[in-house]
Design a protein around this ligand. Structure first.
Ligand code: NAD
Length: 399
């Protein structure tokens, strides 16, 4: 027992603690959204979600388990609670997910360990073999700043930089609502290579090879990895930057896997282009939080705004759940960013982007909404939670 009154400890784009009850309430809300969108006859099956504890990966796991009656194995890297330190949000999200999966009668297995390591892969294969059965759906939703290579032991750190030339952009400080310009120097070749080593397709390839060798891929298995295109104004830092280079590598690996899985299992692999949303990963990218603040305003005005769970429900229902027929675009990409990239949405955001300054940012968009969504990632500012009461921080993830 460790009962504590918990207030957010936020520094810039990092929150160093989390609220267990707020995380649980946020997960319950997502579970409700997935349940409301259940198809008439879910087909079940087994899903492996790598990066399953927050953001798009958590949404995928909830959509699979609650919306499609799938048993799930979630792999993630989160800090457990200890002493006076709370666990991370992904820890408490997973505790709450297990609760929801239990209530729904679904098996849920979680592995809190470095997904890049061979030892974690071996543990996952063992649990799949003993407790779950072959994988029908693999979701790769890892977002990590670092990777230790499983063969060489070399450590790589990714960077968020433009390629070729410096890039000057507006950016937003969430703490004091200041809009200012930053200039980002171009990445060196070493930095580009390191970002590809961390966020590129090599690790997904290793997971798929290990599952295939162990004969743990079900007939018709489907694989997806997440990426982002975004609007032109973020291209120098995203699509055409170091992270974009890594995402191109993911796409290359996914296309290779697709060709193989079609022959070997009658399955397939697709990159899903998801929309820009506030998550722990996206908040760290220069220019992106300001862009997302303006985007949320426009999408809210037009009734188009979606959270990760809404998109993941669409992804499963319309494309990837067992029985659904994938409907990618002509480049073989599944497009969940269709609403974000609508011409009318982007025209309005681009106009606001040109105008936005520290002085007018609050009149152009609802910064409080973005700040609230950021806090909600960590279980704070969640409706219905009494933050003046002590909360139990020591909740365990079932093993
Ligand atoms: P996130 O930070 O919310 O989630 C990252 C997940 O990866 C967490 O579950 C975390 O525990 C896990 N993780 C990190 N390092 C790990 C490690 N070494 N071993 C095991 N697990 C580890 O991120 P997100 O924004 O949901 O991003 C997920 C994917 O979606 C990424 O590929 C990202 O590029 C993509 N995407 C994000 C956005 C966006 O706007 N957030 C848009 C489109 C695509």
């Amino acid at each position: 027992m460790a009962m504590e009154v918990i207030s957010p400890r936020i520094r810039g784009f990092v929150c160093t603690n989390a609220h267990p009850e707020g995380c649980a309430a946020a997960v319950r809300r997502q579970v409700g959204i997935a349940r409301a969108a259940r198809p008439a006859a879910p087909r079940g099956g087994t899903a492996l979600v790598i990066g399953a504890s927050t953001g798009y990966g958590l949404g995928s796991r909830i959509a699979a388990a609650i919306g499609h009656d799938m048993d799930t194995l979630g792999v993630f890297l989160e800090r457990s609670p200890s002493g006076s330190k709370t666990g991370t949000a992904g820890w408490y999200n997973t505790v709450a997910f297990h609760d929801a999966a239990d209530h729904a009668g679904r098996k849920a297995v979680s592995i809190n360990a470095d997904a890049f390591s061979n030892a974690t892969r071996e543990r996952a294969l063992d649990r799949i073999r003993r407790e779950l059965g072959p994988i029908d759906l693999l979701v790769y939703s890892l977002a990590s700043p670092v990777r230790t290579h499983p063969e060489t032991g070399q450590s790589f750190r990714s960077s968020l930089k433009p390629i070729g030339r410096a890039y000057t952009t507006k950016t937003l400080e969430l703490e004091d609502s200041r809009v200012h310009e930053v200039t980002l120097e171009p990445a060196t070749q070493e930095e580009i290579d390191a970002t590809v080593a961390v966020m590129g397709g090599d690790d997904l390839r290793r997971w798929m090879d290990a599952l295939a060798r162990a004969d743990l891929l079900a007939p018709g298995v489907r694989v997806t990895a997440y990426s982002y295109i975004g609007p032109q104004l973020t291209w120098p830092i995203y699509r055409d930057g170091t992270i974009g280079a890594a995402k191109n590598d993911v796409r290359r690996v996914v296309d290779e896997l697709d060709a193989q899985l079609r022959k070997s299992h009658g399955g397939g692999a697709w990159v899903s282009m998801n929309a820009g949303v506030v998550t722990q990963a996206s908040s760290a990218i220069p220019a992106v939080p300001l862009y997302i603040s303006l985007l949320y305003q426009v999408m809210g005005d037009l009734g188009l705004k979606e959270e990760p769970i809404h998109q993941m429900v669409r992804l499963l229902n319309d494309h990837l759940a067992p029985g659904a027929i994938p409907a990618p675009d002509s480049d073989r990409l599944i497009r969940l960013d269709d609403r974000e990239l609508r011409a009318d949405v982007q025209a309005r955001v681009a106009g606001m982007w040109r105008e936005v300054t520290t002085e007018n940012v609050r009149s152009l968009c609802d910064l409080d909404l973005v700040k609230r969504e950021f806090q909600q990632l960590f279980g704070f500012a969640v409706e219905g939670v009494d933050y003046s009461k002590p909360a139990e921080t020591e909740s365990p993830i079932p093993v």
